[in-house]
Write a protein that binds this ligand. Structure first.
Ligand SMILES: C[S@@+](CC[C@H](N)C(=O)[O-])C[C@H]1O[C@@H](n2cnc3c(N)ncnc32)[C@H](O)[C@@H]1O
Length: 281
C-alpha cells in the first residue's frame, strides 16, 4: 500500500470528528474542573494500549529514561504516554502520529494539563520521519506498529533519528505464531486488511540487522492480561460503560474489540512484547 492510501485508511479508522468535545464532556460529567486537570485524568482514553499508564511507567523504568532526555514518540495517539513521560521522568517529548485529529487533541489535552513545555505533537508518518539524523536520545513506539506493513522501513527510520548510544523503546502487539489468523474487529483494525502483525523472530531479527543491541526483550502478555480482561468486560457492559474511555474514540464497537483482544491473547494468537534496544556508539 502506498503512503497516501495508508494515511487515508489510518485516519478513517482512528479519526472521528468531535473527539475533543466528547472527551471534555466526559471530563465534565466526571466532575473534573478543566483548570485543575492532571494528565492521569485522561489516561482511560489517552493511554491507548494494554497496561495503560502503568505499562508506560514500567516501560520507561526498564529503559532507564534520564531527566532531560529528548524523546520521539512515534504513533503518539492522544499523547497520554508522552504526558506521563514528561510528568514522571522530566523528559521532553515530540510526538508524531498519522491521524491528524489525534495530534490536535493531544496538543489541547497537553495545554489543559499544563505540560506544553514538555510535549508537542504534529502529524507525521513513521515511514518517513521529518527529523534530523541522530537527533533523539530515545525513540518510543507503544502499540504503534500494528497498521504498518513495511516495518523494516520504520525500524530504519527509528535507527536514523536516534543518537549513537540512544535507545529504541518498544511495546507492541505481535503475532503469537507465524501467520496467525486472529479474530476481528480489534482496536487497531476492523478487518484483516489493515492489521500487519509480525512474530517475535521476524521483529527481533529486523531490529538486530540494524546493529542495535538488545538490552530487554520480554513477553509481557501475562503481566497485563488479567487487568485487561476486567477492563474489556467493563467496556463491553453497555449498561455501565465508564464515562472516560476508548469508546469515545472507537465508538460502539469498543467493547467487542477489547473482548477480541482478550480472546486472541488467551489463545496465543497475539502477544504483547516489550523491548529496549541500544544503537551502537
Ligand atoms: C493503538 S494507537 C496507540 C497510540 C499511542 N501510542 C498510545 O499508546 O496511546 C496506534 C496509533 O498509531 C498511529 N499510526 C498508525 N500508523 C502510523 C504511521 N504509519 N505513522 C505514524 N503513526 C501511525 C495511529 O494513528 C494511532 O494513533
Amino acid at each position: 500500500m502506498d503512503n497516501q492510501a495508508l494515511e487515508a485508511r489510518v485516519n478513517e479508522h482512528y479519526g472521528k470528528e468531535g473527539l475533543l468535545e466528547r472527551i471534555l464532556t466526559a471530563a465534565s460529567d466526571e466532575g473534573l474542573r478543566l483548570d485543575h486537570c492532571q494528565s492521569s485524568d485522561f489516561s482511560a482514553v489517552s493511554e491507548f494500549h494494554i497496561g495503560g499508564r502503568k505499562s508506560t511507567i514500567e516501560l520507561a523504568k526498564m529503559a532507564q529514561l534520564s531527566e532531560g532526555d529528548k524523546v520521539l514518540d512515534v504513533g503518539c495517539g492522544l499523547g497520554g504516554p508522552a504526558r506521563t513521560l514528561v510528568e514522571e521522568f522530566g523528559v521532553f517529548v515530540d510526538g508524531i502520529d498519522l491521524t491528524s485529529e489525534f495530534c490536535a487533541v493531544a496538543n489541547e489535552l497537553t495545554r489543559i494539563t499544563g505540560l506544553s513545555e514538555g510535549a508537542k505533537f504534529s502529524q507525521g508518518n513513521a515511514l518517513n520521519l521529518n527529523c534530523e539524523p541522530g537527533s533523539y536520545d530515545v525513540v518510543w513506539t507503544q502499540q504503534s506498529c500494528m497498521n504498518i506493513e513495511d516495518k523494516r522501513q520504520m525500524f530504519a527510520e527509528v535507527n536514523r533519528v536516534l543518537k549513537p548510544g540512544g535507545a529504541y523503546v518498544f511495546q507492541e502487539v505481535l503475532a503469537g505464531v507465524e501467520d496467525a489468523v486472529i479474530k476481528f474487529p480489534v482496536p487497531w483494525a476492523k478487518e484483516a486488511n489493515m492489521s500487519y502483525l509480525w512474530d517475535e523472530e521476524k521483529i527481533k531479527n529486523s531490529i538486530l540487522k540494524l546493529n542495535m543491541v538488545p538490552h530487554i526483550w520480554k513477553n509481557a502478555t501475562e503481566q497485563y492480561l488479567d487487568e485487561y480482561r476486567i477492563l474489556a468486560a467493563k467496556t463491553a457492559d453497555v449498561s455501565n460503560t465508564p464515562v472516560m474511555g476508548v469508546h469515545l474514540m472507537l465508538g460502539g464497537q469498543a467493547g467487542v474489540m477489547r473482548r477480541n483482544v482478550v480472546s486472541n491473547l488467551s489463545q496465543g494468537l497475539i502477544a504483547i512484547y516489550q523491548g529496549v534496544f541500544k544503537k551502537e556508539k
